[in-house]
Design a protein around this ligand. Structure first.
Ligand SMILES: *[C@@H]1O[C@H](CO)[C@@H](O)[C@H](O)[C@H]1NC(C)=O
Ligand SMILES: *[C@@H]1O[C@H](CO)[C@@H](O)[C@H](O)[C@H]1NC(C)=O
Length: 307
């Protein structure tokens, strides 16, 4: 009888606790208040962003929070596990300006006078310019390629099951991510490389690929953004695959407009000098020809006069 009582009391407590639990499953740095449950994250001094923790948090809010935490000397990793330095991984990070719904503004300046245009993943797609740079629209990323490298395994990886396994793992982990968007999966066992193409139809504005890609990037490179620190570990047959590296390629609906993006200042200077030399050469040639023509015409005139 006593035991039964304890059981009843315990289960009542458990039910009460779960009814009152207010946690942010998709963001470990969030703080939540109860009654009603409301979770926020600090993105600036006294600047709290309200989060919808039933979904993946928009990347723009996450980057803002990360920049704020980095500035305050707060941990941007959490968990204290010995992993490679987050700042090498986060090289491309800046303090973004977000729309109310968490989308990136097309123009970003990182609080400086130097600005550029980004795609829907917040990744720069133009040269950097001054603050008058025009970014007409936020260009949508409709295709991401996730190039994953898994850790060595003792068994073999069943390649025929890989695509389904990756799709299932993504669906389960990234808040019901639509696995039919996983377009193609390629595998190179020697390099331990899994290339996952995730694509949506062009002009689709309902699904977003970039939040999922950002969560996965953090899962592999640093530590999960989720409250739960479980690893991203797709299971292929009976083989678990732990990832050790990820590279994300973005494909936008419109090609980026970098000009001479692979040319350093030195090479550009050389090109300018060569172009100037060619123009000078052409001018010399042009004037030389004109003079010759004039002399020829004068000669003709003289001959006519003689006749
Ligand atoms: C959070 O997102 C879910 C899924 O899109 C939606 O159904 C729900 O209404 C949202 N909650 C709030 C508070 O906006
Ligand atoms: C943005 O500014 C911060 C310093 O405030 C700097 O550390 C970071 O590298 C900048 N990011 C870019 C992409 O310019």
């Amino acid at each position: 009888m006593m035991k039964l009582w304890i059981l009843v009391v315990l289960s009542a407590l458990a039910v009460g606790a779960s009814a009152q639990t207010c946690l942010c499953e998709t963001m470990k740095w969030a703080t939540c208040e109860r009654d009603p449950c409301r979770c926020t994250i600090l993105v600036g001094n006294n600047d709290k962003q309200v989060l919808n923790c039933t979904k993946l948090i928009p990347k723009c809010f996450l980057m803002k929070a990360e920049m704020y935490r980095a500035k305050k000397g707060m941990d941007t990793r959490t968990g204290g596990k010995p992993v490679e330095s987050a700042f090498v991984d986060n090289d491309g990070i800046y303090d973004p300006v977000c729309e109310n719904d968490g989308k990136f503004k097309a123009k970003q300046c990182n609080n400086t006078e130097e600005c550029w245009c980004v795609n829907s993943a917040g990744v720069r797609r133009t040269d950097k310019g001054d603050k008058d740079i025009k970014c007409e629209e936020l260009v949508e990323t409709y295709w991401v390629r996730l190039q994953l490298k898994h850790k060595p395994v003792t068994g073999t990886v069943d390649e025929t099951k890989l695509k389904a396994a990756i799709g299932d793992a993504m669906n389960k982990r990234y808040k019901n991510f639509d696995k039919s968007l996983v377009d193609k999966v390629e595998y190179d066992p020697d390099a331990r490389l899994i290339v996952v193409d995730v694509k949506k139809p062009m002009n689709d504005r309902k699904v977003d690929l970039t939040n999922m890609a950002y969560y996965m990037e953090k899962d592999v490179k640093v530590l999960p953004l989720f409250l739960s620190q479980d690893k991203f570990e797709p299971t292929v047959g009976s083989q678990k695959l732990e990832m050790e590296n990820i590279l994300v390629y973005y494909v936008d609906e419109k090609a980026p407009t970098f000009t001479m993006k692979n040319l350093s200042g030195g090479i550009i200077a050389v090109i300018v000098v060569v172009v100037l030399a060619v123009v000078a050469g052409l001018l010399v040639l042009f004037f030389a020809r004109r003079r010759q023509n004039q002399q020829y015409k004068q000669a003709q005139h003289r001959e006519m006069d003689n006749l």
